[in-house]
Write a protein that binds this ligand. Structure first.
Ligand SMILES: N[C@@H](CCC(=O)N[C@@H](CS)C(=O)NCC(=O)O)C(=O)O
Length: 244
């Protein structure tokens, strides 16, 4: 059994998609991010970066020993499950294919993901008077990363050729292009790739998980200091329920 610490956001969907695709028996634990669940001592012992997704594998493979295995960071989670199940990633012995996987995994978690996350912040949560520079900067970077993906898909259906965790990581942020204020009109291969992935039943189940809990703009930088205006002090002193 795997516990999935989850909220219905693009980063949360990545882990849910992989658990659904592999047919794992998993238990989603809904995190109320706007209320500070991510700063609870129990969660910080699993995810020291105070972000979901994170997992606890209560039945790790024998090589890991008896204690449950905790994993934080979406890329690490998907890689852990891929290696545990032998699905959706090239085998560890295939060095060239594995190198390709690492490149696209790091591209997603170091480029497309953070740029899209900041774009979302400036479009949906930033105060009006501080919006424009950040919005334009991150819209450009989001668009640039769509261009990177469009080029990669020139001669293949999926990022590594076969559907893999590289696609599961990159899909959620392309899935929400429109709500981010972007368009896939100039990226026909990305649009087709997005449609192919969206049609997968496992992906649909993941996107529907706790859908009613999505933050539809009710928590913003000016009314929620748990989610926004964080600093190192947040790790020490933010307490659950302090949303003022
Ligand atoms: N690099 C992380 C990013 C995770 C992330 O940013 N999670 C957000 C939700 S999408 C979160 O937990 N936010 C809570 C907060 O910022 O306090 C990953 O890929 O797992």
């Amino acid at each position: 059994m795997i516990d999935l610490y989850f909220a219905p956001t693009p980063n949360g969907w990545k882990a849910a998609i992989m658990l659904e695709e592999t047919g794992f028996d998993y238990r989603p634990i809904l995190m109320r991010l706007s209320e500070g669940d991510q700063f609870s001592p129990d969660f910080l012992s699993i995810s020291p970066n105070a972000k979901m997704p994170a997992i606890v594998d209560h039945a790790p493979d024998a090589a890991w020993g008896d204690a449950p295995v905790t994993v934080f960071e979406s890329g690490a989670i998907l890689l852990y499950i891929a290696d545990k199940t032998g699905q959706f990633a090239p085998p560890q012995g295939d060095l060239r294919a594995r190198k390709d996987l690492m490149e696209w995994l790091f591209w997603q978690v170091g480029n497309q993901g953070p740029m899209a996350g900041q774009l979302s912040h400036f479009r949906n949560y930033a105060p009006e008077d501080a919006r424009d520079y950040g919005f334009n900067r991150y819209l450009g970077e989001y668009d640039r990363n769509l261009g990177v993906l469009e080029n990669r898909l020139e001669d293949r259906q999926y990022i590594l050729g076969e559907y893999s965790i590289a696609d599961m990581l990159a899909f959620p942020w392309a899935f929400i292009a429109k709500p981010l204020g972007a368009s896939l009109a100039d990226f026909p291969r990305v649009a087709d790739w997005r449609a192919r992935i969206k049609a997968r039943p496992a992906v649909q189940r993941a996107i529907d998980l706790h859908k009613s809990e999505q933050n539809r703009g009710q928590h913003r930088a000016d009314n929620n200091t748990v989610l926004f205006n964080q600093s190192a002090a947040s790790l020490r002193s933010k307490s659950k329920g302090d949303t003022t």
